[in-house]
Design a protein around this ligand. Structure first.
Ligand SMILES: [Zn+2]
Ligand SMILES: [Zn+2]
Length: 147
């Protein structure tokens, strides 16, 4: 298993990440991140909204949404797509990685290193298209759920 959030545990580091992008490190944004870190699993927007409200009563759903968008932009949160077409959110690992999600227990089991760099370059060479982004997510069964 790889460590998922090495080096970004303390709030000074977080503040630096926000400030580098000229974004405010608001209590709501920090609360969303904290809830995700503590859960260790992916959470739906409704679960997140409920837990953030427990920490910061009066926080609206729209604020939670915006906080998630900002955190995603900063690379701190990853959107996780589910088989039923919905999506949830998890703490992003450092660097560019792809989530592996357990289909039984709803956990982000691990993150896989990106295998698509070379493919993107080859496609650009072959087609002239500059690949700007891609989406890859893996589904599986974690060890506990295999037992
Ligand atoms: Zn599992
Ligand atoms: Zn990738």
């Amino acid at each position: 298993m790889k460590t998922k959030s090495g080096g970004r545990e303390n709030s000074e580091d977080l503040r630096a990440i926000f400030h580098a992008k000229r974004l405010k490190c608001t209590p709501q944004r920090l609360a969303v991140l904290k809830v995700l870190k503590e859960s260790g699993a992916y959470l739906s927007i409704n679960m997140l909204d409920k837990k953030v409200k427990e920490m910061l009563p009066g926080t609206g759903l729209a604020t939670v949404y915006r906080a998630l968008e900002t955190l995603e932009e900063l690379g701190l949160v990853a959107k996780v797509h589910l088989e039923d077409g919905c999506h949830s959110y998890a703490v992003a690992p450092e660097g560019h990685m792809h989530p592996i999600v357990c289909t039984e227990c709803n956990k982000v089991i691990d993150f896989a290193e990106c295998p698509l760099g070379e493919l993107s370059e080859k496609l650009t060479q072959d087609t002239g298209i500059v690949i700007q982004n891609h989406f890859l997510q893996l589904f599986g069964k974690c060890r506990e759920c295999q037992a």
